[in-house]
Design a protein around this ligand. Structure first.
Ligand code: PEP
Ligand code: MG
Length: 885
């Protein structure tokens, strides 16, 4: 079959599709790659991702070609190992594992020891000379297979094991004898029969096909769908299935299993990092049943732990492993996340992949690897996910703030978070939707908890190591996480937890420091991040490689300051109506809006003028000569009208008008579609005195700051919601008139620009003509999306999610630009605008200016700048550089 690829055991593998992740998945492609460079990989085969799609669309059937391919794959493994699948004397056992293009929690992960039944277990026992090992493997297989393939709740098996241990007076699994396991296998089979009404499958081929089908089925599971949605993974990708000869880490004290990273995935430090367990199988390390041990002597000493590290306990296998680490890093030129098994002192590689890492680690590794000559600057820039920088741009715990430390766990995912304790994922999600900050506190997490982990600000677990589910998923999501906190015990029934010596209830606030592992009572003060070290280095490289400028959307001097620290090169959008949201100011704005006539409006405007002027002075001061685009008033009126009686009463007091009068006036101004109503330049056209006041404030402020600082101040005055050339013509004349007046009054003249937003489809279409009246365009893609899609930005939440779920739009078009549709209008307007005015300045100031995919599109269209909210500025700088590579 062209859909089954062999690897290991000397398989010839010239087909490039074998190493193509889109075909054989991440795991399969890397197994083929590792085998290809001569690493010890147990022989196996990969069924391609295309089969997943076929299977799921063809009524969950496999055709003859795939059946033949799997048979040939089994023959390959049999030939390479000298064992026979289902053979009574010399049985071949295999593992079956899923492997999508990207690793994906929520899918069936692994079935180990497949091929065991009542007959082959005896063969394994005789052949290995270890009956205990054989029966231990069989009971593991029944439990795993029944859980993930047959859907029998794993608690039933765990309970049976607990009872068996109790009956025998054992504490740990290792005390169980061969006979104990044999007896437990009998109980396990009885559980399966009771649950399913049929016996546990004894036919090894039935077992294999069951497992293969279960992997493909799991691609369609709810959990996998949730994960795909959160991570923008298309359903068409499908998963591959890897079937591989078993090697055993549970064959006594010369056997072991472990997971490792070639560098520290939390900090990025260049030091091997990992966990291992002697005499164990893979799932023991991640499941948190036994506490894994340190890989290296240095790590063990640093932690002050007693049990020997692998470096000490198995020096030979460790040395071989270390040389594999070096080889893999050189080969992949990236940090690798590895699974390995040692069977009777022989090292086997089970998996390698580019390791998930925190943003901090991603930065450090990228910068270090350039220093080591492993990669170049462009690769380093491309390797850091711009959105992951978000993790570093948010506050961390103030080192000077007092901490009431309750207990300490492992520093599994860095960053700090405070929130109310919740004990399950659904509660986490429900409370987060109400706007609460929550910390998800669990014994351990599983893929069923993904939605709760996403909703939580931080995650705390009692069990599990640095490679536990909670740790890996939290790092990937950028959530702070403290795992394996042995001082934590949870009473789910009472919804209470004991942390250290303190009793806490659901809803009590705690703080986590994912960088130290500390768990603290209450909320601890945080400090703003500083962009120094590796961050600064990468940003310098990004700035060198990008073409587009990066500005910010900001209207307070504080935000402008933050944005400048983050590297903003100007203001792309100062929304003047936001300047009036502040307490104390809104009433003058309301007075202006509700005024019956021009005189009333002018009276209110007179109050606003000095405030506006002071605002602009402060902004010009902070921006020190950088370009500042100020948009004249664009208030969707409903955002400003009073609603509550108290608001009317307050307004009545300031204006001296009666409450009833004001209510009547507000009623008159009520609009059915405020977003398409009396807003933007329509306000300037109908009430020119408003824009006159704003223009006056802008130019007076500019003259004052220019005079004071001696630096050039070049205001860019922007007219919103223009649809026609005529609107811009009228308002530009107004701005010019006011500017001339101010310059005459002050005896000083300045350069300034007048331009417009392109945020209506008509404006985009008529851009050629509109460019005659304006020297710059800024794409307001929020409104342009709203008006092109005919989707209200305020009401979309209710139906956009299902739309994205069904793939009608690949992503929320208000978050990531609808390039296919709205993008055409942007492209066309840029083209037509440039035709009229070749040097027209083009930018984007909708939310999309901070979204990497949209930024890549802006680069393609050749915009001069993107403008993003202050915390997105570094993201935009990096994304702009990636787009330009
Ligand atoms: C826009 O419409 O994209 C825009 C930036 O303006 P606002 O969000 O203020 O409507
Ligand atoms: Mg707009």
């Amino acid at each position: 079959s062209a859909y089954v690829f062999h690897f290991g055991g000397g398989a010839r593998n010239d087909d490039p599709r074998a190493k193509d992740k889109t075909i054989t998945g991440g795991k399969g492609a890397n197994l083929a790659e590792m085998a290809g460079i001569g690493l010890p990989v147990p022989p196996g085969f990969t069924i391609s991702t295309e089969v997943c799609t076929q299977y799921n669309s063809a009524g969950k059937q496999f055709d003859a070609d795939i059946k033949a391919g799997v048979a040939a794959g089994l023959s390959h493994i049999e030939a390479a190992t000298g064992r026979v699948f289902g053979d009574a004397a010399n049985p071949l056992l295999v593992s079956v594992r899923s492997g999508a293009r990207v690793s994906m929690p929520g899918m069936m992960d692994t079935v180990l020891n497949l091929g065991l039944n009542d007959v082959t277990v005896e063969g394994l026992s005789a052949d290995s000379g270890d009956a205990r090992f054989a029966w231990d493997s069989y009971r593991r297989f029944i439990q795993m297979y029944s859980d993930v393939v047959l859907g029998v709740d794993h608690h039933r098996f765990e309970d049976a094991l607990e009872i068996a241990k109790e009956d025998n007076g054992y504490y740990a699994d290792v005390e169980m004898s061969a006979d104990n396991w044999r007896k437990l296998v009998g109980e396990y089979k009885a559980i399966v029969e009771e649950e399913l009404g049929r016996p546990f499958p004894q036919d090894v081929h039935e077992q294999l096909w069951g497992a293969i089908g279960a992997v493909f089925d799991s691609w369609e599971s709810e959990r996998a769908k949730v994960y795909r949605k959160l991570n923008d993974i298309p359903a068409e990708w499908g998963t591959a299935v890897n079937v591989q000869a078993m090697v055993f880490g549970n064959m006594g004290d010369t056997s072991a299993t472990g997971v490792a990273f070639t560098r520290d995935p939390a900090t990025g430090e260049k030091a091997y990092y990992g966990e291992w367990l002697v005499n164990a199988q893979g799932e023991d390390v991640v499941a948190g049943i036994r506490t894994p041990q340190y890989l290296t002597l240095a790590a063990r000493e640093r932690a002050g732990a007693k049990p020997l590290s692998m470096e000490e306990a198995m020096p030979q296998a460790y040395a071989e492993l270390a040389s594999v680490f070096e080889l893999l890093e050189k080969h992949y030129k990236d940090m690798q996340d590895i699974e390995f098994t040692v069977e009777k002192n022989k090292l086997w590689m089970l998996q390698t992949r580019s390791g998930k890492r925190t943003a901090k680690a991603a930065l450090k590794m990228a910068v270090d690897m350039v220093g080591e000559g492993l990669i170049d600057e462009a690769t380093a820039i491309a390797r850091v996910d711009p959105m992951a920088l978000d993790q570093l741009l948010h506050p961390t715990l103030d080192p000077k703030a007092p901490r009431d430390v309750l207990a300490k766990g492992l520093p599994a995912s860095p960053g700090a978070a405070s929130g109310a304790i919740v004990f399950d994922a659904d509660t986490a999600q429900a409370r987060a939707e109400r706007g609460d900050s929550v910390i998800l506190v669990r014994v351990e997490t599983s893929p069923e908890d993904i939605h709760g982990m996403h909703a939580a600000k931080g995650i705390l677990t009692a069990r599990g190591g640095m490679t536990s589910h909670a740790a890996v998923v939290a790092r990937g999501m950028g959530r702070p996480c403290v795992s394996g906190a042995s001082g934590l015990s949870i009473d789910m029934a009472a919804r209470k937890a004991r942390i250290g010596t303190r009793d806490l209830a659901e809803g009590d606030v705690i703080t986590l420091d994912g960088s130290t592992g500390e768990i603290m009572a209450g909320e601890v003060a945080m400090v703003e991040p500083e962009l120094v070290g590796d961050f600064a280095t990468l940003m310098v490289w990004a700035d060198k490689h990008r073409r587009m400028k990066v500005r910010t959307n900001a209207e307070t001097p504080m935000d402008c300051q933050v944005a400048r620290q983050f590297g903003a090169e100007g203001i792309g959008l100062c929304r003047t109506e936001h300047m009036f949201f502040e307490a104390g100011r809104i009433s003058a704005v309301r007075q202006m809006i509700l005024a019956e006539d021009e005189a009333g409006r002018r009276a209110a405007l007179a109050k606003l003028l000095p405030e506006q002027r002071a605002d602009f002075i402060a902004i010009f001061d902070v921006m020190a000569g950088l370009p500042v685009t100020i948009r004249l008033l664009d208030p969707p009126l409903h955002e400003f009208l009073p609603h509550a009686d108290a608001e009317f009463e307050e307004l009545a007091e300031v204006t001296g008008l009666g409450v009833d009068h004001l209510k009547r006036r507000a009623g008159e101004l009520h609009e059915f579609n405020p977003m398409l109503g009396h807003r933007g330049c329509r306000l300037g056209i109908t009430f020119p005195e408003i824009y006159e006041m704003q223009a006056q404030a802008i130019f007076e402020a500019a003259v004052e700051v220019a005079t004071k600082s001696g630096e050039a101040v070049v205001p860019e005055v922007m007219i919103p919601l223009v649809a026609t050339k005529k609107e811009l013509q009228i308002l530009r004349a107004l701005v010019d008139r006011v500017a001339a007046q101010v310059f005459a009054d002050k005896g000083k003249t300045l350069d300034y620009l007048v331009g417009t937003m392109i945020e209506l489809p008509r404006a985009a279409l008529m851009a050629g003509e509109i460019a005659e009246e304006g020297t710059f365009f800024s794409f307001g893609t929020n409104d342009l999306t709203q008006t092109t899609l005919g989707v209200s930005r305020d009401d979309a939440a209710r139906f956009l999610n299902p739309y994205v779920d069904q793939g009608i739009y690949p992503r929320d078009p208000f978050v990531s630009l609808d390039i296919e549709g709205v993008g055409q209008l942007v492209e066309l307007a840029a083209e037509r605008g440039r035709k009229t005015r070749p040097d027209i300045k083009l930018g984007i100031c909708g939310e999309h200016g901070g979204d990497p995919a949209s930024i890549a599109f802006c680069e393609k269209v050749g915009l001069d700048y993107v403008s993003a909210s202050p915390y997105r500025v570094p993201i935009a700088r990096l994304a702009a550089a990636q787009a330009a590579l």
